[in-house]
Ligand binder design. Structure first.
Ligand code: DON
Length: 349
């Protein structure tokens, strides 16, 4: 009898313990319900859908023709749930967002020091295609000298040149491979964007040559610039970008396909470079307001990562003066605040 009563008290004790654990856990971790996530996405969509600020990029002629009203928001959680609103099916060119994944490929193959030593991991404080930034790195050496990173054009073309492969086809297979694995599907190249940018990318060709002249590209700068142009022309939807962001939010494992794409120990470094330089010369402002590592592209996409919580992406082509989508910045910032997802924000105990 005593033993039975003891076991009943034992069971009750266990239940009390479990309840206490659940309460503590709920109070200290991010636990937004699907309804709260959907409400945040829908409210952001409604709030910003009709604003008319910004302008499509036109220095790549094909980008000027993209529908400026295209607006889609997708959020993917580490358990693989997908939340969306607006146009999530139309494909745009990934542009500079590809820089994150090509750099990740180099880090995965050759370790983080390869990027840190050959390119750098610091802000340039200049526009994404600045030539002055390259000259600064070359001419000023030592403490306080200007630095570079793989998310501005010179550093990105250099990162593309570092992907190992005997032929351009071999290098491309790896570049598109990591994009496919993070998106969870086979992506294609938008040929009209690739052609349009190849016909007008003389500035990037010059950047590739300068990086070669200064030893930041070891060989074949023309091939590196061409592959870089191709990677920028990869076709993506908002859902693809959000899944790519969620792969980073989930320690390098694609939460939808469950494929391990990037070693977890490499993810913090990748996120740190995104936090430092993901929105170019506006990266500090962005981080100040959101706390989220992110990356923009002149195709109108921005993806952002709340580590362990979610990956989010918005596509809306009109850009501000720094080259970042106006609506995407507003929508992500709004959702970040509504969902309490800023990783620097902690409730005191
Ligand atoms: O190289 C370029 O200029 C474009 N393919 C990519 C630039 C870009 O996306 C900058 N983004 N905000």
């Amino acid at each position: 009898m005593r033993a039975r009563r003891g076991s009943r008290f034992g069971r009750i004790g266990l239940m009390v313990l479990a309840a206490a654990f659940t309460l503590t856990f709920a109070a200290t971790t991010w636990a937004q319900t699907p309804a709260e996530i959907n409400a945040a996405l829908n409210a952001a969509y409604a709030k910003y859908k009709d604003i008319k600020e910004g302008k499509n990029a036109d220095y790549i002629p094909a980008l000027a023709k993209v529908n400026p009203n295209l607006f889609g928001i997708v959020l993917v959680t580490p358990d693989g749930k997908v939340y969306s609103v607006g146009d999530i099916k139309t494909e745009v060119s990934i542009q500079s967002i590809s820089k994150v994944f090509t750099a990740a490929q180099v880090i995965q193959e050759q370790g983080p020091d390869s990027i840190a030593n050959q390119i750098g991991v610091d802000a340039t404080g200049a526009r994404f295609n600045s030539i002055i930034a390259i000259e600064g790195v070359r001419t000023v050496v030592g403490a306080g000298a200007p630095e570079m990173n793989p998310l501005v054009n010179p550093g990105a073309i250099s990162a593309t040149s570092m992907v190992r492969g005997a032929t351009a086809a071999e290098v491309w297979k790896k570049i598109i491979g990591i994009h496919n694995d993070c998106a969870g599907r086979t992506l294609t190249v938008l040929q009209d964007v690739y052609k349009s940018e190849s016909d007008t990318n003389q500035r990037n060709q010059a950047i590739g040559m300068l990086m070669y002249a200064y030893g930041r590209i070891k060989e074949n700068p023309a091939q590196a610039t061409d592959l870089y142009t191709r990677q920028c022309s990869v076709n993506v939807t908002a859902k693809d970008l959000a899944t790519m962001a969620a792969t980073l939010a989930n320690g390098g494992v694609n939460p939808v396909t469950k494929k391990k794409v990037i070693d977890p120990q490499h993810v913090p470094g990748i996120l740190a470079v995104m936090a430092t330089a993901g929105l170019y010369d506006d990266s500090g402002k962005w981080l100040f307001h959101t706390g989220l590592p992110a990356k923009s592209g002149v195709g109108g996409g921005i993806l952002a990562v709340s580590p362990g919580k979610f990956g989010i992406a918005v596509i809306s082509p009109p850009l501000d003066a720094a080259g970042n989508s106006v609506k995407a910045q507003k929508a992500i910032q709004y959702i970040d605040e509504k969902l309490g997802a800023n990783p620097y924000s902690v409730t005191p105990r």
